[in-house]
Design a protein around this ligand. Structure first.
Ligand code: NOJ
Length: 557
């Protein structure tokens, strides 16, 4: 595998609306991010991913873009963006943007022109299809519920396709002129100095242009989740992705991370590594194991062993071929502590032990804002405190399924995307130091204790642990092993421990976290020393003895 600048780096995701409000309107913005760049630098971050800041009507919080080459006024303007780039550059932090090109917004001028004249050039940028027998062209269900089809305004029997909200019309990648316009806007941003992109929902571009019907799935509304079409058309996506990679990204050495779910193991080389269509893709193996049901109410929490098996499966898959982007949290998921850990470790100890695993696995770790503080889920008191359109749809699914209001709320309190979107807690003052006015979304209830200021003052905090983990990744003595070392599972003595080794010809590191109730003994030989730890442990009689809730990184000679 060729060496690349981004190998060994650590990335941080910002959800701009919830990170820091710089102008006092209750909404996070670019000025807020600029103010906090030093915080990000101190954490040790090399790459910053900004969720969308483009002009948008915010139906899906910016993932519905009405102008790809403008900044939404809620976030500031292009001067603010340029200033952010300059300051990030001075701090040696690379910036990547979100690239959302499976769909745009229904407010984008392309879509407006298409609706005004369904035979114009722009109409061919979308999937416009005639209805069948007075119904939509096929029976696919959008990711946010209901048919993927809605009528083109003013038309009797003409529909447009949207795999997400109806305000997010899908772009027709079969059209080479549309693809060229997308490449132009990508190059425009690269010319502005960004280092690359996180590529949104990219496998959704895999479409069958005939739009056949699919067998209805378990939700019982006669529809089938649109992902079924994507899975059956992967080879179509492959053609588009190859062109994108060869014509746009590879010549400019752009760093790309694909939002790609459930890859087939035999196809891994198509995604990552020297021949891959992305630099890396997120490891969603555990997420996929949790979410393969058609509604939140059917999700069942994974045990530590199941979670570990999913992580290890992805590691073994990528070992030979390239790097996955390891991820515990993002803006679409509940907080990792609440999602992956048993109740007894949903606390700072658990947060540190989980962080140890992620930051030492082989791959490019992406830390999500607030993860480094050990934030857990929010206790939403009512559906009205939530903001996300998917939460409303899942609530409706719960009620249709016969659940009571309070059980439905419980389901969302476990699974909703809103958990990741509460304002970043900077201190314990009013509005958690996020804004001088009421934030657009409620605060997480623990902000008085779990906030940046308190954790900066406490050397035993989750924040300091993350700083140490990232600094270990940068340490010249261990960088090579942490970046390129092979991943090898440590034979595990019980179901509550996650333990593995990172190995090169010259060095061996043992990494372990104990999420059980009792100490665990792990074989490490007589010659070993601790590089970093959380909780209590001992090196004794050729073993690492890890107390409950502890984690350690051990060098084995
Ligand atoms: C994935 C994004 O991460 C999510 O937030 C968004 O709703 C969908 N793609 C649609 O863009």
């Amino acid at each position: 595998m060729d060496r690349q600048w981004w190998h060994g780096k650590t990335a941080y995701q910002i959800y701009p609306k919830s990170f820091k409000d710089g102008n006092g309107d209750g909404i996070g913005d670019l000025r807020g991010i600029i103010d906090k760049l030093n915080y990000i630098k101190q954490l040790g971050i090399d790459i910053l991913w900004l969720s969308p800041i483009y002009r948008s009507p915010f139906i899906d919080n910016g993932y519905d873009i009405s102008d790809y080459q403008d900044i939404d006024p809620q976030f500031g303007n292009m001067d603010d963006f340029d200033e952010l780039m300059t300051k990030a550059h001075d701090l040696n932090i690379k910036v990547i943007m979100d690239l959302v090109v499976n769909h745009c917004s229904s407010e984008h001028e392309w879509f407006k022109k298409a609706c005004a004249d369904p035979y114009c050039e722009e109409a061919s940028y979308f999937y416009f299809r005639e209805g069948k027998d007075g119904r939509a062209p096929n029976n696919l269900r959008s990711n946010f519920g209901g048919s993927v089809w809605d009528k083109v305004p003013g038309q009797e029997n003409l529909y447009y396709c949207h795999f997400f909200a109806r305000e997010q019309p899908d772009l027709n990648w079969f059209n080479p002129r549309l693809r060229q316009r997308i490449y132009d806007l990508i190059n425009w941003w690269l010319d502005k100095g960004i280092a690359g992109f996180r590529i949104d929902a990219i496998m959704s571009i895999a479409k069958d242009p005939d739009f056949p019907d699919y067998p209805p799935d378990a939700l019982g509304d006669g529809l089938c989740a649109c992902g079924a079409m994507n899975e059956s058309c992967n080879d179509v996506a492959e053609l588009f992705l190859k062109e994108l990679q060869e014509e746009v990204f590879r010549p400019r050495q752009t760093f790309t991370v694909g939002e790609v779910f459930s890859i087939q193991p035999e196809n891994i080389e198509k995604y990552i590594g020297n021949k891959g269509n992305f630099s890396t893709i997120f490891d969603f193996e555990a997420r996929t194991a949790l979410c393969h049901h058609c509604a939140y109410y059917a999700y069942e929490k994974l045990s530590v062993a199941e979670f570990r098996d999913a992580l290890f499966k992805a590691q073994q898959l990528s070992n030979e071929h390239g790097f996955l982007a390891t991820v515990l949290e993002n803006h679409d998921e509940p907080r990792a502590l609440s999602c992956w850990l048993p109740a007894m470790w949903q606390n700072p100890m658990g947060a540190k032990a989980l962080g140890t695993i992620q930051l030492l696995l082989r791959g490019i770790p992406f830390v999500y804002q607030g993860q480094e503080l050990g934030m857990g889920n929010t206790h939403f008191n009512s559906i009205y405190e939530m903001k996300d359109l998917q939460s409303f749809e899942e609530y409706r699914r719960c009620l249709n399924h016969g659940l009571t209001d309070s059980v439905a709320l419980g389901v969302l309190n476990a699974q909703a995307r809103d958990h990741a979107r509460t304002p970043m807690p900077w201190d314990n003052s009013l509005n958690a130091g996020f804004s001088t006015s009421t934030p657009w979304m409620r605060l997480q209830q623990d902000y008085q204790q779990i906030n940046v200021k308190s954790e900066e003052q406490d050397r035993c905090s989750v924040l300091w642990h993350y700083r140490q983990l990232i600094s270990l990744r940068h340490n010249d003595n261990f960088k090579e092993t942490i970046t390129y070392g092979r991943f090898e599972p440590q034979p595990n003595p019980n179901r509550h421990t996650i333990a593995f080794r990172r190995v090169t010809d010259k060095q061996c590191l043992l990494v372990a976290s104990n999420f059980g109730e009792n100490p665990v003994w792990l074989d490490c030989g007589w010659q070993a020393r601790t590089l970093l730890s959380s909780g209590e442990h001992q090196l004794k009689d050729g073993h690492l003895i890890l107390e409950a809730g502890a984690s350690a990184v051990i060098q084995i000679y």
